[in-house]
Ligand binder design. Structure first.
Ligand code: COA
Length: 329
């Protein structure tokens, strides 16, 4: 039994935060941001809404496209690092809003690698015959965790969500073919939100020290992301005896255009084989890959039978690549 993607959807808030808007907040400028990151604008969710709002909208788009009822879902996995609340799971809030009355679910936190991790997990429940419909969502409201006084991070991130439905197929020429995932906790110190968890619960001190915001050593993350995504993509292609000609589209994590260009160069992929939308959204963490996948599909860039590679890198460090054959007409 193969797990195939039968529907994809996405949601981004209407409000745009442009490079010129950021110029009002920190010492930066449009030219620097575009030349160093490729990002022109990001989307920002209203303050009074949580990440579940976007996750539900993305899932609803999938449900509508696939023309099913939410009650048919067996499992909902929400990949996020920015849950609505610390307890309970965002998956529970999404389940309630969707009225998915016959499922279970959980959150998965692997930062930017969350969606690829979640897709890999979900495929196991399909392949072993346990479930027939699994909704996999990647969603993050990064604007809630970003210090808009820190120019090293505030230029990079935005809010968004994407979702995909996994179902079984007897056609073993379609669907998820393979994945290779990695985790290296020694990377934690280079990219994290230090406070707000059980180690350092919120206190006056953690707030005063701005420890509830994303911290990043950009240069180290940059280097590790390039090496990580290029190496794991090479590995999965070699393992499956594939050359560049066999791949229709590489959908990389959207963090920085220079990271994507360096990965593509190492792999020898032409630009037309690499999907990019970070100019419009910035880094939406767990949402980047499903948001990109949904847009690429709607732009007609993936047809049934095309081989696609999803490749990701994020906090942890957590990274990996997933190989699939597109199954939607
Ligand atoms: N606007 C203007 N100048 C800025 C700036 C900004 N927003 N941010 C930094 N600068 C300045 C620096 O202070 C530095 O000035 P100096 O030379 O006088 O010290 C100069 O620009 C170069 O900074 P540097 O940090 O070397 O830039 P960079 O080319 O490494 O780019 C990042 C910084 C953050 C864009 C880059 O490191 C990056 O994208 N890292 C990985 C991010 C990522 O992928 N994160 C998520 C992974 S999931």
């Amino acid at each position: 039994m193969r797990a195939i993607i039968t529907g994809v959807g996405h949601f981004v808030p209407d409000r745009k935060l442009t490079n010129n808007d950021l110029k009002q907040l920190v010492e930066t400028n449009d030219e620097w941001i575009i030349s160093r990151t490729g990002i022109k604008e990001r989307r920002i969710l209203e303050k009074d809404k949580g990440v579940s709002y976007m996750a539900v909208k993305a899932a609803e788009m999938v449900i509508e496209q696939r023309n099913i009822s939410a009650a048919e879902l067996d499992l909902i996995i929400v990949a996020t690092s920015t849950p609505d609340i610390m307890l309970s799971a965002t998956a529970a809030i999404v389940q309630k809003e969707l009225k998915a009355t016959n499922c279970w679910g959980f959150d998965l936190n692997a930062a930017c690698a969350g969606f690829v991790y979640a897709l890999s997990v979900a495929s196991q429940f399909i392949e072993n015959g346990k479930h027939k419909k699994v909704m996999v969502i990647g969603a993050d409201k990064m604007s809630a965790m970003i210090d808009y006084e820190d120019r090293n991070t505030c230029i990079l991130f935005g809010d968004g969500a994407g979702a995909a439905l996994l179902e079984p197929s007897n056609d073993d020429n379609l669907g998820i073919e393979d994945f290779i995932l990695h985790l290296d906790g020694s990377g934690n110190k280079y990219l994290n939100i230090a406070a707000g968890g059980s180690l350092l619960p919120a206190s006056h001190k953690t707030v005063d020290k701005r420890m509830h915001y994303v911290y990043q050593d950009g240069k180290t993350v940059f280097k590790r992301a390039v090496i990580g995504m290029a190496d794991v993509t090479t590995k999965i292609m070699k393992k499956n005896k594939l050359t560049n000609n066999d791949i229709k589209l590489l959908i990389p994590h959207q963090a920085n255009l220079r990271i994507i260009d360096a990965v593509a160069k190492k792999l020898g992929f032409n630009q037309d084989k690499v999907f990019i939308n970070l100019d419009k959204y910035g880094n939406t963490t767990a949402a980047t890959i499903p948001l990109a996948m949904s847009e690429a599909y709607r732009k007609g860039m993936m047809n049934k039978g095309d081989r696609i590679i999803l490749s990701t890198f994020g906090a942890g460090f957590a990274w990996g690549s997933l190989l699939l054959k597109w199954a939607i007409d």
